[in-house]
Every structure is written in C-alpha cells, then in structure tokens.
Design a protein around this ligand. Sequence first.
Ligand SMILES: [Zn+2]
Length: 106
Amino acid sequence: MLDLASPSNFPLINPEIVSEEGAVVAEEGCLSVPDFTEKVKRAARVKVRAKDRAGKTFELEADGLMAKALQHEIDHLNGTLFIDRLSPIKKSIFRRKLKKALAETA
Ligand SMILES: [Zn+2]
C-alpha cells in the first residue's frame, strides 16, 4: 500500500487505472477550465499501476479525494478534461458559458 505521506512515492510515471470500484458524484473544477465547476461521476475507489523514479512498477489503491485526483490527472494524460465526462446537456451549458465569457473578453 502506498504511503501518501511520503513524497518519495511520487511522481507516478505512466500511471494507468487497472481497476475501479463503486461510483461517486462530486463537484470538480480544473485549472485548464477556469471558472467552471460541475458534478462529475467517478469511480469511488481505484487501483493504479505506475512506475517509480527507478523504473520499478508498483500499484496503489486510493479512495476519496486521492481517487478523484488520480482519475482527473490520468484523464489529462489521456487528453480528457472533466467537461468531456459531462452529460450532453451539461456540456451544452458549459459551451454557452464559454461562448459568453469569450464574447465578454473580445
Ligand atoms: Zn485538471
């Protein structure tokens, strides 16, 4: 099990989610999408496989905020933003807000 208090366990190199359990819906935001937050459904618990600085493969299990952060950040590595995980209706609300914000800065 990963000791989250130890910075020597980071970074996680080429992390991938190998299993997930449960579901939880919680508010998310992202520095890549300023001034917009929305509820996103994520797995409640994940197991992640990654390499450490020495190139050794290890696995860690996480729940709560850490599980949410791992899923969010691993999504980034795969080119996915949390807005890509929203329902079509919520996505259209986001597009409208973005359009309005862009019009105000133009
Ligand atoms: Zn982000």
